[in-house]
Design a binder for this molecule. Structure first.
Ligand code: AR6
Length: 167
């Protein structure tokens, strides 16, 4: 049984084994949750990311958490929404699947996700929530999974989507 909790807050303060960063393919930081994670983790994070040499959309790479309470940061570049006919749904699914695999590889028990691709990258929120939650439920992972929704609308949509999927 997959255990999923949804709440509203800031992912950088989560006391979990791994937090997920909605990164870009350079892994060199940016705005949104990526910027917040880089600021909170400290300058060593950028050095570690440099050594990873980028990451393809839908794939995932892990660094230490540095100054964060989380032990690891799993960086995954989500797809940029380009109308929906450019494999966006599959790529978003790949992000969640590959983050779970990375967390399991590092023997994590708990993981926190932000809503990947629904900020600057423009993925429609309801569709993204369905893909995220369905993919994680299907993963059948024994991880304790938390969705950390930054704003109220995201929180509401993830809650409604999870309730609908469980019915
Ligand atoms: N904790 C949790 N969620 C957050 C936080 C936070 N501290 N801050 C923002 N969010 P976005 P994307 C939410 O734009 O769409 C970056 O520049 C935010 O409200 O961060 O995948 C990267 O470098 C939204 O719900 O990520 C890439 O270039 C969600 O996180 C690009 O943005 C994702 O919004 C990636 O875009």
């Amino acid at each position: 049984m997959t255990k999923i909790t949804i709440f509203q807050g800031d992912i950088t303060v989560q006391k979990v084994d791994a937090i997920v960063n909605a990164a870009n393919t350079s892994l060199r930081g940016g705005g949104g949750v990526d910027g917040a994670i880089h600021r909170a983790a400290g300058a060593k994070l950028d050095k570690a990311c440099q050594r990873l040499g980028g990451c393809l959309t839908g794939e995932a790479k892990t660094t230490a958490g540095f100054n964060l309470p989380a032990k690891y940061i799993i960086h995954t570049p989500g797809p940029i929404w380009r109308g929906g006919n450019n494999n966006e749904e599959q790529l978003l699914q790949n992000c969640y699947q590959n983050c779970v695999l990375e967390a399991e590889k590092h023997h994590c028990h708990s993981i926190a996700f932000p809503s990947i691709s629904t900020g600057v990258y423009g993925f429609p929120l309801k569709k993204a929530a369905q893909i995220a939650l369905q993919t994680l439920i299907k993963s059948n992972s024994s991880l304790y999974i938390t969705f950390v929704c930054f704003d109220q609308q995201t929180y509401r949509v993830y809650q409604e989507t999870l309730a609908a999927l469980l019915n």
